[in-house]
Design a protein around this ligand. Structure first.
Ligand SMILES: NC(=O)NC1=NC(=O)NC1=O
Length: 164
């Protein structure tokens, strides 16, 4: 979709066009309400600023649309398709890595009470596993900030792709 189409579309259609970026309706609504955008750069700047307001509640809301790292997203929806693509670097044939990620995810969920979230695009399975291990040493506050930063990165990457 072009920026022009996004600027001109009825609000409901514009919202629908960016819903796959993150499962936080307030964010999509606020971004649509901020139209028209003079450039893609200004759209991304506003999107990032709005994402900077996210808190624990927003994080938990968004996690419903993000399968665990190492688990192939099920379903045919746009989010599932995007997740599979983002996580394609995880070598599904590497059983040891798969098992290590499963154990790491379980430990993370036990410790922080939510799914481990990381911007998977551009990262190998091994890099994500080492990030998971590193972040297990975070205190809850630190980890919430890291998880929110990863959610912003995933969201902005998806938004950029929408207008690419
Ligand atoms: N638990 C996750 O981190 N999931 C994901 N990270 C991504 O970049 N895409 C996902 O689905």
């Amino acid at each position: 979709m072009s920026l022009e189409q996004f600027n001109q579309a009825p609000a409901a259609d514009a919202k629908q066009q960016i819903a796959h970026c993150v499962a936080i309706a307030d964010w999509s609504e606020a971004l649509v309400a901020a139209r028209p955008f003079a450039s893609l750069a200004s759209l991304l700047t506003t999107a990032n600023a709005l994402a900077g307001e996210w808190d624990a509640q927003a994080l938990n809301q968004a996690l419903s649309a993000h399968p665990r790292i190492g688990e192939k997203a099920q379903g045919t929806g746009k989010e599932a398709t995007l997740s599979r693509g983002e996580q394609s670097s995880v070598n599904a044939d590497d059983l040891a890595l798969k098992q290590a990620l499963q154990a790491g995810n379980a430990a993370y969920e036990e410790q922080f009470g939510r799914v481990f979230l990381i911007r998977a695009k551009g990262r190998s399975g091994e890099e994500m596993l080492s990030e998971l291990v590193r972040r297990l040493a975070n205190d809850p506050q630190q980890e919430q900030q890291e998880a929110l930063q990863q959610l912003r990165e995933i969201t902005l990457l998806r938004l950029k792709e929408t207008f690419a």
